[in-house]
Design a binder for this molecule. Structure first.
Ligand SMILES: [Zn+2]
Length: 181
């Protein structure tokens, strides 16, 4: 029998190089990469209390629709009928639509702070917390309304800052993973 002190046995405690917040935000970023929207790619992931992913979504046209007949433009001069806004389902909404079970008590990881329409749905689903990456639309009314909805329903929200060094490490991990095949 080998003794615990034997150098051939690795008993060193090793921490995961990525924590759960970072892991699920990267899942949301990966989901956003699926989006065909040329201007804004948004991803969303719902996670239960056991750190299991329940559902994911990204912004895209209505499921099953003939996308070749729909515009990705967003110029206000042409009317809603000819803008993407008339036909796109937001990432959070898609993640809610695709969830099979209850979302109550789950956390939402999303690449952009939710708009007021998604905030209505997220709050109604009794989500416990919203973790977001970008708040670049913080100056817009829809953003203020979303925060008011979260505040008045007691839904916590916080911004996550990802370390660029972690992205560099992941880049190396991705490359070594595909080169080892
Ligand atoms: Zn939205």
């Amino acid at each position: 029998m080998l003794a615990a002190m034997d150098p051939k046995i690795n008993m060193i405690q090793v921490a995961s190089p990525i924590n759960w917040d970072e892991y699920f935000m990267f899942q949301a970023i990966l989901a956003s990469y699926r989006s065909k929207d040329p201007s804004t790619k948004v991803g969303a992931v719902f996670v239960d209390q056991n750190q299991h992913q329940i559902s994911m979504g990204y912004n895209g046209f209505v499921a099953g629709i003939d996308e070749s007949k729909l515009p990705w433009g967003k110029e206000p001069g042409v009317g809603l009928e000819h803008q993407k806004y008339g036909y796109v389902v937001h990432a959070e909404a898609n993640a809610i639509l695709h969830a099979h079970g209850s979302l109550a008590g789950s956390k939402l990881y999303v690449t952009h702070f939710p708009c007021n329409e998604c905030a209505k749905m997220v709050a109604s689903k009794k989500i416990s917390e919203v973790v977001y990456l970008s708040d670049k639309h913080h100056h817009l009314e829809m953003n203020r309304i979303a925060k008011k909805i979260f505040d008045l329903t007691g839904l916590r929200y916080r911004q996550l800052h990802l370390d660029e060094g972690l992205v560099e490490n992941l880049h190396g991990h991705f490359l070594s993973s595909i080169r080892d095949t």
